[in-house]
Design a protein around this ligand. Sequence first.
Ligand code: FMN
Ligand code: SF4
Length: 451
Amino acid sequence: MVDLSKFQAGGRETCFHGRHIGAQIYAGLDGRNWRLQDYVARGGYGALKKILAKDGVAGNPGMTPEQVIAEVKLSALRGRGGAGFPTGLKWSFMPRMFPGAKYLVCNSDEGEPGTCKDRDILAYNPHIVIEGMAIAAYAMGIRVGYNYIHGEIFEVYERFEQALDEARAAGLLGEDILGSGFGFQLHAFHGFGAYICGEETALLESLEGKKGQPRFKPPFPASFGLYGKPTTINNTETFAAVPWIINHGGQAFLECGKPNNGGTKIFSVVGDVQRPGNYEVPLGTPFAELLELAGGVRGGALKAVIPGGSSAPVLPARIMMDLTMDYDAIAKAGSMLGSGAVIVMNDTRCMVKSLLRLSYFYQHESCGQCTPCREGTGWLWRMVDRIEHGRGRPEDLALLDSVADNIKGRTICALGDAAAMPVQAMLKHFRDEFVHHIEHQRCPVGALAHA
Ligand SMILES: Cc1cc2nc3c(=O)[nH]c(=O)nc-3n(C[C@H](O)[C@H](O)[C@H](O)COP(=O)(O)O)c2cc1C
Ligand code: SF4
């Protein structure tokens, strides 16, 4: 018997916090009301019924696939998986008239350190993802979909299976959804727990039963995806945003956020904060407000923040405190919003040690296909390791920078960039700490923090 009580609000192991501003995905959730009847009571599946003209509203002609895509484009919804690619545009790449099989895939792999939002969406509100995927399938003329769920969260996989059973039994999935003539079969797939399986083409390989290694691109999944067929992949949170857009209109979603940054976003605020957890706030919310929502910094003053998951370049406190949490503002400041994991570090944290932890992760997770990533991530880790342990050489900083440069843009997938960017950002903003480690063979941070 699987124990899901830990996903109930207030439970010790959950990331969920009932503190949100203008919530669209997390509104009204308490950990127990995830079932179909609860979701329907909150208005769930109303968007699917609306587009299929099955909502009982007299004179509703439904929406054409083109109208659905136009609404998503208008909303300025950007992919929540990391790259922030415009979702409506991605959907328009799918060849709608393609004669053979086409696939829709949800990326619930969520392996980026710090990120824990997708598993909570699936545990607390699984039907919102099912509804979002069904709408996306309708818009792109797709009849089969998969949700690839991270291999280490079995309870969430089981819950999603239960939600699928409920949706099928209610005629919300299957051959002829609600008698509309539109059919969509959706399946859950339990993944393999490797970070690289979150990269979209590695995920497709893994879904096909092969080793999860990224493919060369082009061709992109829109033309050559699962089993070589046109495929659209989106993140869990991206799909979860779709029902709200259809119910309230793309313009309303856009106005929730900022121009080019529509809607709310779930931030996994982790690290040195009083109440680590997932917070759903409008894009464009000041970082200071998000930090306050999470109870403020714990154990010291704010030193630095990694604003978008472990692969995003670190930013010092003075920059972060003036930033708003949206794709464009964070990019302009030299980092990225990425997967939305906000890793908060107080002034007792050593940046060399922090980088050592990150570098270890990336060399461990490299799939080994390309030389710059396979060898370079190992070099980065070993160099940071010797600096941290008092064996650093004066020339190491230039070498670190040069190795990172030789990885960036020279690999099959973006894991190489993800390994290199944190190194260069740490050197840019916290060079003094690295120099101190090399010159004095010890860490300055404790002394500075308590001076
Ligand atoms: C190494 C690596 C790991 C990734 N992991 C994930 C992940 O866990 N979840 C995710 O949605 N996207 C992940 N991505 C991004 C996906 O490749 C893809 O861009 C995303 O799923 C597209 O969905 P979106 O357009 O809705 O953001 C990863 C990318 C890389 C390079
Ligand atoms: S960049 Fe790294 S993880 Fe990506 S394909 Fe190359 S070796 Fe594999």
